[in-house]
Design a protein around this ligand. Structure first.
Ligand code: PLP
Length: 406
């Protein structure tokens, strides 16, 4: 065999190996998607509109409002995405706000806290015990002094503990990271009440920066007409920024997110980069334009009505899952207006099959649009069979936390 033939032969066999491996991966993805209910990902999206862009390097380099000289970009659509979210979050003065599509909810949190630290270099970060790990991580990256504030058993920020912390730091500015839907228990902090606490401790608008981490539920609560204003992600409240993940309730085929912040804060940190022809106002330089296309396409095709129907259906199915488990005396928790259902961690077989996220002997299911009634029935049957076989009970946040009326 000539050297050339040997090379061609090994190329085609390595090609076969690659194809076989990809086929296995595809099969595994199909199985995993069918059984998934542990993470807050909306797997119900279509890519027909955006697939045609797969062969382009779409890069929204630099500031979304400035663009760059690189022309395969979608900054115009990015600004439309941001405008959609400022409207969703009930913004009275959209021109006062800046926004961007970011790499994930985590990037939104890191960038918001960076804006906060630059606004109040001597401030202290107060965050909730149930905040996502990206919040204390951001504090470490940014070398911000931070204090963790206790929660109620259901995962909501304890307002009494928050008031104590605010009073303790009356002499310096406060940076507060509040939750619109905690990661594990789906709890909503009372944002309006937390702002009143800050007002009372002498932390008015100019002595504080309030960020709302709404990775999942900043895209759920606006569609739940029964949710009180005080827990909604509303730019009518005197807050400074909100972030949300794009691959959670919005539904995109890649991780992404949206951050909205008061434009003045961004102006403070932005510097112009002449060789790119843009303005340096984002954490990432090159930014994923495919994510922008996916978000833009999804919000425009699915629309307010689509999400409102999804949210109503998810809340209803979450309530049913709660009731089915409660009927078996499982100590189950579903917070008000939440699509997250928390229960004792089951056998590893069930955890692995349904890809449940577990924490301190508890696990949760998140009833996203792709978590169908049938999937819930299958899961509940598996869970109850295990439960009846005599598992050790674990507390979920106390019976007082559970207050969902059918
Ligand atoms: C998921 C989540 C995040 C992180 O978002 P990613 O998009 O995964 O980076 C942040 N905060 C909360 C409350 C979350 O649930």
């Amino acid at each position: 065999m000539t050297k050339f033939c040997a090379a061609a032969e090994s190329l085609s066999s390595s090609r076969r190996r690659i194809d076989a491996l990809l086929a296995r991966k595809l099969n595994a993805f199909n199985v995993a998607r069918r059984n998934h209910l542990g993470y807050p990902y909306n797997l119900d999206f279509a890519v027909d509109g955006i697939g045609q862009f797969a062969g382009f390097l779409v890069n929204n380099l630099g500031d979304p409002y400035v663009g760059s000289r690189y022309a395969t970009e979608a900054c115009d659509l990015e600004r439309e995405v941001v405008a959609w979210f400022t409207e969703l979050w009930d913004c009275p003065r959209p021109d006062d706000f800046w926004g961007a599509v970011v790499a994930s909810g985590t990037e939104g949190n890191i960038w918001a806290l960076y804006l906060a630290r630059e606004t109040h270099p001597t401030g202290i970060l107060l965050y909730s015990q149930h905040s996502h790990y990206s919040i204390p991580k951001a504090a470490r990256i940014l070398r911000m002094e931070a204090a963790c504030v206790e929660c109620e058993p259901n995962g909501e920020l304890s307002l009494a503990a928050f008031a104590r912390a605010a009073a303790q730091h009356h002499g310096r500015p406060i940076i507060a990271a509040l939750n619109c839907g905690t990661t594990f228990k789906g709890a909503h902090d009372d944002i309006a009440a937390a702002l009143s606490v800050l007002d009372r401790s002498g932390h008015g608008r100019n002595r504080r920066f309030v960020h709302i981490d709404g990775a999942l539920n900043a895209m759920v609560l606006p569609f739940d007409a029964t949710a009180p204003l005080s827990i909604k992600p509303s730019l009518r409240l005197a807050i400074d920024s909100i972030s949300v993940s794009g691959h959670k309730m919005v539904g995109t085929p890649m991780p992404c997110g949206v951050l909205v912040a008061l434009r003045n804060h961004v102006r403070r940190i932005a510097s112009s980069i002449s060789y790119l022809g843009t303005c340096d106002s984002t954490l990432m330089g090159s930014r994923n334009g495919h994510a922008v296309l996916a978000l833009w396409h999804r919000i425009n095709t699915h629309g307010w009505k689509g999400y409102a129907d999804d949210v109503a259906a998810c809340l209803e199915r979450a309530r049913k899952l709660h009731d089915v488990l409660a009927a078996e005396a499982v100590p189950v928790l579903r917070n008000r207006h939440a699509i997250t259902v928390v229960f004792p961690e089951p056998h590893q077989r069930i955890v692995a099959k349904y890809q449940l996220a577990c924490h301190e002997k508890l696990a949760h299911a998140i009833v996203m649009p792709n978590v169908t009634a049938r999937l819930i029935e299958r899961f509940a049957a598996d869970y109850i069979a295990w439960w009846r076989s005599g598992p050790p009970p674990a507390p979920c946040g106390g019976p007082t936390a559970e207050a969902v009326t059918p």
